[in-house]
Design a protein around this ligand. Structure first.
Ligand SMILES: [Zn+2]
Ligand SMILES: [Zn+2]
Ligand SMILES: [Zn+2]
Ligand SMILES: [Zn+2]
Length: 727
């Protein structure tokens, strides 16, 4: 028996079709090992930054099964995705199931030809790629751990910071400060309704938008008194070139502007298309098309549009990493113009198809016309009026991408010197607008431009800053929260170098160098971590604590002592606090409403015995907790309530505790009563059943899925997607 291991069940399904039953194809269902959570000791720094991994939670049975199969196999092949992360997963599988010398096969598309071709050229695991990925994980862990610790101490307990998300947050904050500092001013748009000698009416716009109303009045006055005539008629032919085939960032941008999809959604859909064998690998920064793809495109263009539409082009590649995914995102079969099993897959596929096809097509030719008019006898400071027209002469690539085509604007027939009749001269007052906030796709574009992050990380950077409450989605735009503002301001003041564009981009370059074998894992980490740790220690001692965000407007007085108030950062953003805190506990919400402070009940905390019990207002009503919070996490529950929270389902991890309803920052969840000894948690109420696929607890699902596995990486987490024949 020959065993082939991939990371996803969907990919396994597609591949097994192409191997004529010669291989047993199994999925690792994502990562099998990871660094233990929130633990710096997982990395042996003195020993040379050696990470100590553990089998990921819920993966024990998958690993055991793969181990069994590998023992019986004559040959084991690892066919995880063709980038650093895929290489790292392959290596982790090798280590976790104790393979001696597994073969690694790589393909950028899951088609019969590509898979069979790859099987003919197996190689060893690429240590350089694996080390580049490991260096990223270790760096991110160390920076996240140390910076977060500092922020807990200086800003607020429970906050966090990271190597790549902090620069992204900084970019959003810089824009936010521009918006705050923006002072708008008035300007006037002046338009003239005119008609030519053939009595065709059209609108001319003044070439200037005056900011001074005196000039507006002068233009109106002179314009109304004098005769108008055509001054000039200019025609220019311009070329519009098509855009390069999609890479990760441009796909995310186009899907956002054309289809309204957020980058994470786009990547999810693209992954499904890739796993179904319909498109090439979706994490890439190469605009290359293979020879085979180009000849397919040529065939489609000639047949569908004609020979004059074909123009084979190469687009300058930005990436130096030839070993990694080195093709653009394109359909695996260009003859298929529409594919996918649902509406969103079809739309994204069609977008990719038309972009690929149009990238190899001729320039569009557009005729631009500009008709300018003058007021006869006007002084030289009176600007001319004009109207622009355009007409597509040859559509070229626009034929394959009609959404990129703009409407033709035809101008009326006139001759130079022809008299125009003024019908009306109008003004409209406008105001300059502040710069707009970034959309998700706009931020990805900015990150790429600045060299921050890589195709595999763009979507997760945004997810992290949103999940941490530093940024809110406001429609399609990203808006920093008060917390994000304070954290970024602190980091910019104290770690400016480490969250700068240049530093982050250079670090990405160092990682790229490791992936090409041009730099050493140990050297990169050592060079970085020594100075970084020194800085953290120095700031830990000397940086100012951010407890005070400035004085509150005088109209708001302390509701207790009537004294002045200051802004502070609380769990839910900014609030007003009495300046004399902790002597006076008066507080107001950001809107100025009086906040009920915590009430000391004068009862000793049964857990830590040093704190006292305090009644507080929480998101879910009043509750009684220890005054030593966050050091002591004691929360009192009454007996009736306690009984209601029990589920009677035994914890499947420690086999001792009972799964119990708890309330966290994101609402209700179910955790082991043995906490903190056992950290087992699941999202919804356990049903008492055990998952037949992975032995995790089954939990309540939704209306349509009554019960699902609590293990997010288990296929049975989405039982509605399982093939009923295989269960
Ligand atoms: Zn007060
Ligand atoms: Zn306590
Ligand atoms: Zn437990
Ligand atoms: Zn399961």
């Amino acid at each position: 028996m020959k065993l082939l291991i991939v990371e996803s069940p969907a990919k396994a399904k597609t591949i097994s079709k192409y191997l004529d039953g010669k291989y047993t194809v199994k999925a690792s269902v994502g990562h099998v090992r990871d660094l233990p959570k929130n633990n710096k000791k997982a990395i042996d720094i003195e020993g040379g930054f050696i990470p100590h991994y553990e089998i990921s939670k819920g993966k024990e049975s998958v690993v055991a099964e793969l181990k069994q199969l590998a023992k019986k196999a004559d040959e084991v092949l690892l066919a995880t995705d063709p980038d650093r992360e895929g290489e790292a997963i392959a290596w982790h599988i090798k280590e976790a199931i104790g393979l001696k010398k597994p073969k690694r096969v790589v393909f950028h598309e899951i088609t019969k030809e590509a898979v069979q071709e790859a099987m003919l050229h197996p190689r060893d695991i690429d240590e350089n790629l694996k080390e580049a990925q490991e260096a990223r994980r270790v760096l991110d862990r160390l920076v996240g751990y140390d910076l977060s610790g500092l922020i807990w101490k200086k800003v607020r307990y429970g906050l966090s910071a990271g190597r790549v998300q902090s620069p992204a947050l900084r970019i959003l904050m810089e824009r936010e400060r521009e918006i705050r500092a923006f002072i708008s001013h008035k300007f006037w748009v002046i338009t003239a309704d005119v008609s030519n000698q053939a009595n065709v009416q059209f609108i001319l716009e003044c070439g200037e938008q005056p900011t001074d109303y005196a000039l507006v009045e002068k233009i109106l006055d002179i314009g109304k008194k004098n005769e108008w005539k055509v001054k000039d008629l200019k025609e220019t032919e311009v070329k519009r070139a098509p855009k390069a085939p999609f890479i990760t960032s441009t796909l995310q941008q186009a899907a956002s502007s054309r289809l309204g999809y957020a980058p994470s959604r786009t990547m999810g859909i693209a992954q499904k298309l890739y796993e179904a064998g319909l498109i090439t690998y979706m994490r890439t920064d190469s605009t290359n098309l293979s020879k085979m793809a180009i000849s397919q495109v040529a065939g489609v263009v000639e047949k569908k549009y004609g020979k004059e539409y074909l123009d084979i082009r190469t687009y300058a590649a930005k990436s130096k990493n030839a070993q990694e995914a080195h093709e653009a995102i394109r359909p695996t079969n260009l003859a298929v113009a529409s594919a996918g099993i649902n509406e969103e897959q079809k739309k994204l596929y069609e977008l990719i198809w038309s972009r690929t096809i149009s990238s190899q097509m001729a320039d569009a030719k557009v005729l631009r016309t500009k008709l300018s008019a003058e007021i006869v006898g006007a002084p030289s400071d009176i600007p001319e009026f004009a109207i622009n027209g355009s007409r597509v002469l040859f559509d070229g690539w626009l034929a394959a991408d009609p959404a990129a085509r703009q409407d033709d604007v035809e101008l009326p027939k006139v001759t130079v010197g022809e008299k125009l009749n003024l019908i009306d001269l109008k003004t409209e007052e406008k105001e300059t607008q502040p710069p707009s906030r970034y959309s998700e796709a706009g931020l990805v574009k900015e990150l790429e431009k600045r060299g921050i992050g890589r195709p595999s990380t763009y979507a997760s950077i945004i997810k992290t800053i949103v999940d941490r409450g530093y940024v809110e989605k406001d429609g399609k735009t990203l808006k920093p929260t008060d917390t994000g503002d304070v954290v970024s301001t602190f980091l910019e003041a104290n770690f400016n170098e480490y969250i700068s564009d240049s530093f982050t981009a250079e670090m990405e370059d160092d990682l790229d160098e490791i992936s090409r074998g041009e730099n050493q894992y140990l050297k990169v980490l050592k060079d970085f971590y020594g100075p970084f740790l020194k800085m953290v220690k120095e700031k830990s001692k000397n940086a100012d604590k951010i407890t005070d965000l400035g004085p509150v407007d005088e109209q708001f007085k302390c509701p207790v002592c009537n004294g002045p108030m200051i802004w502070k950062l609380g769990r839910a953003g900014k609030f007003m606090s009495c300046k004399k805190f902790p002597e006076c506990v008066g507080a107001r919400t950001a809107e100025g409403n009086i906040m009920e402070g915590p009430k000391d009940l004068g009862i000793k905390c049964p857990d830590c015995e040093t704190g006292t019990l305090v009644e507080r207002q929480g998101r879910f009503g009043t509750f009684i907790a220890c005054s030593n919070y966050p050091k002591c996490k004691y929360v009192k529950t009454d007996e009736k309530e306690e009984a209601r929270r029990k589920t009677g389902v035994k914890c499947n991890v420690c086999n001792e505790g009972e799964m119990t309803e708890k309330r966290g920052r994101f609402g209700i969840f179910y955790g082991c009563s043995n906490y903190p000894k056992c950290k087992n948690i699941i999202k919804t109420k356990p049903t008492g059943n055990i998952c037949p696929m992975c032995n995790s607890l089954m939990m309540e699902g939704t209306k349509t899925i009554p019960e699902r596995c609590s293990n997010k990486v288990c296929p049975n987490h989405n039982p509605h997607k399982l093939d009923p024949k295989k269960v």
